[in-house]
Design a protein around this ligand. Structure first.
Ligand SMILES: Nc1ncnc2c1ncn2[C@@H]1O[C@H](COP(=O)(O)OP(=O)(O)OP(=O)(O)O)[C@@H](O)[C@H]1O
Ligand SMILES: Nc1ccn([C@H]2C[C@H](O)[C@@H](COP(=O)(O)O)O2)c(=O)n1
Length: 665
């Protein structure tokens, strides 16, 4: 997951390949609650691991439910509707799929409970559910604003005779919550009557479908009256598999519709969900097809290719696909006219006011947007010149972050900044990794920051922090020369010009691989072995051989991958990435560098003297600067930074400021 303050997406060119999507949030949290409240043990496969499922799991454990987790398999020992802990405070983050159903289940079972969430959760209405539960005799008080969480629940005095009326036109989660809770107390037939037109019906279908899997057949009369039969009991189905999330699939369906192929592949294959999914958002497929996507489907998979181009503008009632419809609003940027998405009032009470958020952010990109209480109309930017690079505010809303990533395919090739990318953790923590696994950019558009300079100037330290802050890959090019020197020494090959060809042959056979900050040679972690002063000097010697340098060029350039790269070394800016948009030449006085290296070695328990270290590093710099090929020197367009009197933090901030000054947002 990208936990950076922002993630800059360079203009993306193509996309092709396969993605396996995480489990559905709606199914995951429903299954967790049903499993916890049922009799028997349920083994849940492919459960979504995200913020919203995590708060549900914590809540269930707090209530005394036994939960065993091993990877994507979770085993729940059901409580059969009886809670070992009937007094608890539950924090439910911003998970509507936890807050609403848990409120209903705990209110009917009874106890002393407090349910709260993040500030936005306390702005999301729950009054209609509370009103319905109070009709049943549940004891519920508001601890903050009337109609909103946090809530306090007490012991109920249940009256099950009269039909329970619940509004269906604000959120279908209220009805879902009642449907899942009432089997816990169904000593007689319990009737629920929906007041107002029921929105988001497909989510109710998921609920009914899953209740049936847990042994409860709800009788439905149209979409107005639901009866939980007397004697209904939740019983574990044993094993249950969670489908991949159809709302998450919408981004990759859109991607297939937008992009041309790459690497000899055409289209996007989505694994884990097919056209016969029980999730309502799968009908996003139809909307995407109406806009031009070509879609094939099989058991648990979809394959999407670009069809009509530009996409066709549509006018659609999106009530049945409220979440996935946000993706249509971004696809509308690539359409041949104005797209009108109607009947989406529920967007206003989701993670944020999604109509306002989408309108604001689409306008930043150059679109013309008209918004109403329950609709949004999007007209694409006028021609290439109409597109603007934009920093997209994401409102702590995962779907805003994910759908706006698609704007990076704009024909004007302007970059898009996604603020707070970690908000995708709500449903799809590795969304951007999945995107980068299928998307490609023109290599020249993938940003590289080069940090070159003499020994112990702090290049590695600076470059690693920059990479972490920007979410970029990191290339420690010196490590490649160090490994080469180490391997040659171990093979008893003297580091002399006469052995250049033998050293290159050895280098080409080396099974080097990188894992985070660790470097492996076959199955040996050589991260420490290559860090000695001797290894540094040996690296300097082998790095003077032109054939060794040539053999390492492609390997280094292959580090230039989405979303970007920070590379440190001696010739990053002059030879390996000469067209990099930012080149930093980092220096510090020899005395200062010797002192830093001295401290570094002493702190690792390695004995060293200051004078020897200074002599060594000056000898190394002299060799590195005087060699014939790719000598150490600043690139002509490098910015010089002497950090003798700067802290690491100050150096990092200086370079980040330089980087920001080059961005269009
Ligand atoms: N601005 C700074 N102020 C103080 N100490 C620093 C600064 N930058 C780096 N250091 C420290 O200096 C030491 C050497 O830094 P680092 O290993 O990053 O240098 P380098 O240029 O990558 O070295 P080499 O070329 O040998 O790989 C480290 O202990 C690091 O913490
Ligand atoms: N791009 C590079 C990186 C490193 N080298 C050589 C010269 C250095 O003395 C040696 C070790 O580098 P370090 O790990 O200390 O950064 O490797 C080079 O020639 N070109």
């Amino acid at each position: 997951m990208f936990s950076t303050a922002f993630l800059d997406l360079p203009p993306l060119a193509h996309a092709a390949g396969a993605v396996t999507l995480p489990g559905s949030k709606s199914i995951s949290n429903r299954v967790l609650l049903l499993a916890a409240m049922s009799e028997g043990t349920t083994t849940i496969h492919d459960l979504l691991d995200s913020d919203d499922t995590r708060v549900m799991l914590i809540a269930l454990r707090t209530l005394g439910c036994a939960v065993e987790q091993s990877g994507a398999i979770v085993k729940i020992t059901g409580l059969g509707g009886k809670l070992p802990n009937d007094s608890a405070k539950l924090f439910l983050g911003n998970a509507g799929t936890a807050m609403r159903p848990l409120t209903a289940a705990l209110a009917v079972v009874g106890g002393d409970f407090e349910l709260s969430g993040v500030p936005r959760m306390h702005e999301r209405p729950i009054g209609d559910l509370v009103d319905a539960l109070r009709q049943l005799g549940c004891a519920i008080d508001y601890l903050g604003n009337e109609g909103y969480p946090p809530l306090k629940l007490g012991a109920p005095a249940l009256q099950l005779d009269a039909p329970i009326k619940v509004r269906g036109d604000v959120s279908s989660q209220f009805l879902t919550a009642l449907l899942m809770a009432l089997p816990l107390v169904a000593t007689k037939d319990i009737v629920i009557e929906v007041v107002g037109e029921l929105i988001s019906r497909p989510y109710i279908e998921i609920t009914l479908n899953l209740l049936a899997r847990f042994g409860v057949q709800v009788r439905r009369d149209d979409w107005e009256r639901f009866t939980i039969p007397a004697g209904a009991k939740l019983r574990s189905p044993g094993d249950i598999h969670v489908e991949a999330d159809a709302s998450s699939a919408s981004y990759f369906i859109a991607l297939g519709a937008l992009s041309t192929g790459a690497n000899g592949h055409n289209g996007i294959k989505i694994q884990g969900v097919g056209a016969d999914s029980i999730q309502g958002d799968i009908r996003f497929m139809e909307a995407a097809q109406a806009m031009g996507a070509k879609i094939e489907s099989g058991p648990n998979w979809l394959h999407i290719q670009r069809g009509a181009w530009p996409l066709k503008a549509i006018d659609l009632d999106c009530n049945h696909i409220p979440d996935a419809a946000m993706t249509l609003a971004v696809m509308a940027l690539y359409a041949d006219g104005t797209t009108n998405l109607r009947n989406i009032a529920s967007w206003r009470v989701k993670e944020t006011d999604r109509i306002a958020a989408m309108a604001t952010e689409l306008r930043k990109l150059g679109a013309t947007v008209v918004e109403g209480q329950d609709y949004i109309q999007v007209t694409p930017p006028a021609g290439m010149a109409g597109w603007k690079a934009a920093s997209i505010h994401t409102y702590d809303d995962h779907r805003v972050a994910m759908c706006f990533s698609l704007a990076a395919f704009n024909p004007a090739q302007v970059p898009v900044r996604i603020e707070d990318p970690k908000c995708v953790a709500k449903t799809f923590p590795d969304y951007f990794e999945a995107l980068f696994s299928v998307a490609t950019a023109d290599t020249r558009n993938i940003p590289v920051i080069c940090v070159d300079g003499p020994t112990a100037s702090g290049k590695g330290t600076l470059a690693a922090v920059l990479a972490e802050k920007l979410g970029y890959h990191f290339l420690d090019s010196g490590s490649l020369y160090r490994i080469t020197g180490l391997a040659a020494s171990r093979a008893d090959i003297a580091l002399e010009a006469a052995n250049e060809a033998a050293i290159v042959a050895l280098l080409q056979s080396l099974p080097i691989h990188f894992e985070g900050s660790h470097i492996w040679l076959a199955d040996e972690d050589v991260s420490d072995a290559i860090r000695t002063e001797e290894a540094g000097m040996n690296a300097s010697k082998v790095s003077a051989f032109p054939a060794v340098r040539a053999a390492l060029i492609d390997l280094q350039r292959n580090f230039r991958k989405l979303p970007g790269l920070v590379a440190d070394g001696r010739d990053m800016g002059t030879v390996i990435f000469p067209e990099a948009p930012l080149k930093v030449y980092l220096t510090a006085s020899a005395a200062c560098r010797a002192e830093r290296r001295h401290k570094q070695l002493i702190s690792k328990g390695i004995p060293a003297t200051l004078d020897d270290l200074r002599a060594d590093l000056e000898a190394r710099d002299a060799r590195d600067s005087s060699r014939t090929v790719a000598p150490l020197k600043p690139a002509q367009d490098a910015l010089l930074l002497d950090n003798s009197d700067l802290t690491v933090e100050a150096s990092v901030q200086t370079v980040l400021d330089w980087w920001q000054s080059k961005q269009p947002f």
